[in-house]
Design a protein around this ligand. Sequence first.
Ligand code: GCB
Length: 610
Amino acid sequence: MPFDSLYPRITKTRRIQSLDGMWDFMFDPAKQGQENGWHRVALPQPVQMPVPSSFADLFTDKMSREFCGDMWYQTMVFVPGEWRDGNVDVRFDAATHRAEVYLNGEFLVSHEGGFTPFCAHLNSAVKWNDWNVLSVKVNNELSMQSLPLGITKTLRNGTPINLPYFDFFNYSGLQRSVRMLYTPATRIEDLIVVTKEVEADRAVLSYKVETNADAAVDTCVEVVVLDEDGSEVARVQGASGDIEISSPRLWNLRDAYLYTVSARIVDGDEIVDEYFDTIGIRTVSIEDRKIKVNGRPIYLKGFGRHEDSPMRGRGFDPVTAKRDFEIMKWMGCNSFRTSHYPYAEEELYLADREGFFVIDEVAAVGMLISTTNYEAATQKAEKVTLFDAPDIAGPMLKTHLKAIDELVARDKNHASVCAWSLFNEPDFSSKNAVPYATEIFEHTHEIDPQNRPCSYSNVTRCRAGIDVCTHLADFMMLNRYDGWYVSPGPEISDAYEILIEELHKWETLEPNKPFVFTEYGCDTVSGVHKLPSVMWSEDYQREYFELQHKIFDQFDWIVGEQPWNLCDFQTVEGRGRVDGNKKGAFTRDRQPKAVAYVLRDRWLSIPDYT
Ligand code: GCB
């Protein structure tokens, strides 16, 4: 498991062969693929499917787009004979939501959770220096034990469909890269680096290198730190310990500096294995009702985002990722939340490089009983929540803890990852949520080597005084739609008062915590103008945002604003959604609506450090 979470690297001892490209693909609605031997022989009637991509938006018929169940991906893999002396793994950066992997008919591994990586170890089943059949059965059904949550429904004609408990399309498949990795027999399995102390002229990092060798290897591990010019700034021996860096350059918001930490297992002059990662020297803390980076209070400006783009769906696309960073920088952003699931690792490496503060979210979305989540979010709290049903909450907790383990294992070293979001909009109105949430918070603090601040986004239906778990959050994140779902249109002056009143309550309920607005916004169809404004027009979106900001500016313990959403994105069909969610400041093809200029003007005038 630790090895699975290491981002693949080519080094002096490691090799990577990309398996991205066209794979054979078939839906398996009857779930008979296995019986028919699809795990060992060629699929009978395959179509071509690009990897990485979601499958949904590539087809022209509705039932393929909506497909719910098992599907098979297959490709032929040539495994070089010269790799025989080491480990050969296939790494799936993500398979949504679960997968079983077979090589030449032999079962290798299964994985639950659609947004974190896992490896299939090939050695036991491989034909060396030959072609091998790699088959992957992916399943995309939602349930009360999947993260994110949902249910399935069977239509009268027997076809199952997914009903998400969340407001984004249930894109699935092999949505991120697949790579074959060669690593030596004795290898590094994990590298952990933490900023321990920072003083004016020195920093101390603590590090740990995990290997698959026995303890004796400890003496043979060395760690070298390089600056951005590639010059060596420190070198230490041993599998764990401290590294001192003199005159360190710190990683700061929008002013990133990255060191490369290279770990090696050596045997005399021979390098047995080498792995490296990039890290930033920085601290994150919560003090005096502020969030601080390197001891200095910050103001977060940015968005809740989605990995979502035309045709690819949630398939990782470096072009879209790059454009998203460019438009965020143009607007003066310094942060984002990975709503509502862990994003591709490449996104985090970009964020490290650009100096973005990332609130890294686990896919715990939908813990509020409803298939029209966005509407239900603002209604009165239910009498019975998911946390009141032990038969649901028990298994859900296990899935949730494992998803956090994998998230922290994968993202622990990223300088940009400054906080964890452990739930999006859970229904925390019942006291039965407290033991569940306590376990989630305590576990995350315990396993995160950097012990980052933890929070969750609070939903409107659990406004101040109703939510029973706020004591667990290190800072509060609020998702509010007053002026859209609550008191919209001509009632917007009420929305203003409702939100102000609520904030005054929070002021006394949580007097020591900083607050960040992690969602606020209104659906807006690009190009619709109306004077005076009406809902859905660009004019209304501008007025709504101006009003929100007037509210935020009255409270100095509001330390950040992340509107919903950077861009329009795809959702399930429904009465309240016009070809998806239209709350973007940008359209789905990443062009600005009028509000983008409002945000840009505001954010360019607010400094990153206050
Ligand atoms: C929310 C959810 C988000 C939705 C948004 C909306 O509260 O967290 O997933 O997309 O509202 O637009 O309704």
